[in-house]
Design a protein around this ligand. Structure first.
Ligand SMILES: Nc1ncnc2c1ncn2[C@@H]1O[C@H](COP(=O)(O)OP(=O)(O)OP(=O)(O)O)[C@@H](O)[C@H]1O
Ligand SMILES: [Mg+2]
Length: 256
């Protein structure tokens, strides 16, 4: 078996002492090339787990290990931070409005690799081409890009760190239906071409079914079901999973 890149062991996450945990009993292993879905209704704890995976939230108990190390104590510029990168739901809010697409990506390359500005700019051009952005478009600021183009910039920015795991939190839910499939297919292509592992967070089971091999189903901060994505969909054992499936348009359980 290949090495474990990211491991969550019986983790619980809380935002404040007095509050109930936002997620609890979380266990997950991510190896190179894996694709794992985290699915559940709004407020079920998906983003909380995603934040735990990238180290922006520490577990209140249990552990999150990246290549065997806990996030606590990992400095801002520790190379281990490159391994897991996040793609956010709202590309507009997560991009600097003052920077062009190329400058956004070049900045990451400059900071992480200490590359000279001219070198960083040309490497940024290559990464942007990898996500399908070429020509004068890469010199535009976010306000002059479409939603789909902005999300491609967000993906390129994550790739600029040369990550091994991408955690994508609802990467298409802010996008027009017509471009959602393009961005999902881009993630699939990058997964194949770069050998990336993907953790896909979505409330949409059909998206999780399309992109992932394994999935966790969350409800009220707990994992109520996990396993092979297709098996889960074909043969849900938890009532809640059945309810989620029945909400997929065209699902055989849709009218059940
Ligand atoms: N910064 C925060 N401070 C306090 N509580 C929070 C914070 N962020 C989330 N929560 C709470 O943690 C729980 C899980 O929220 P989380 O954002 O992980 O859900 P989610 O599954 O990602 O939902 P959505 O599908 O709406 O994005 C919710 O009860 C939420 O109110
Ligand atoms: Mg969320």
């Amino acid at each position: 078996m290949s090495e474990v890149l990211l491991e969550v062991v019986d983790a619980e996450f809380r935002y404040a002492r007095g509050l109930p945990p936002a997620a609890t009993g979380i266990n997950l292993q991510v190896r190179p090339g894996d694709s794992v879905g985290i699915v559940g209704e709004s407020g079920s704890g998906k983003t909380t787990v995603g934040r735990g995976l990238v180290g922006s939230l520490f577990p209140s108990s249990g552990s999150v290990l990246v290549q065997g190390r806990g996030w606590k104590g990992v400095r801002r510029r520790d190379p281990v931070r490159r391994i897991v990168q996040m793609v956010f739901q709202d590309p507009y809010a997560s991009l600097n409005p003052m920077l062009s697409a190329q400058a956004t990506v070049a900045e990451v390359i400059r900071v992480w690799d200490g590359a000279k500005p001219s070198v960083a700019a040309s490497r940024a051009e290559q990464v942007l081409a990898e996500v399908g952005l070429t020509g004068e478009v890469i010199r535009r600021r976010p306000a002059l890009l479409s939603g789909g183009q902005r999300q491609r910039v967000g993906i390129a920015r994550a790739l600029a760190c040369e990550p091994q795991v991408l955690v994508a939190d609802e990467p298409t839910s802010a996008l027009d239906v017509s471009v959602q499939a393009n961005v999902l297919n881009l993630l699939l292509d990058l997964k194949a071409s770069r050998g990336l592992a993907l953790v896909l967070i979505s409330h949409d089971l059909s998206v999780v079914d399309y992109l992932t091999d394994r999935a966790l189903v969350m409800l009220n901060g707990e994992v109520v079901e996990h396993g092979d994505t297709h098996t889960l969909l074909q043969n849900p054992s938890h009532e809640y999973t059945k309810t989620l499936i029945s909400s997929i348009p065209g699902s055989s359980l849709a009218n059940a």
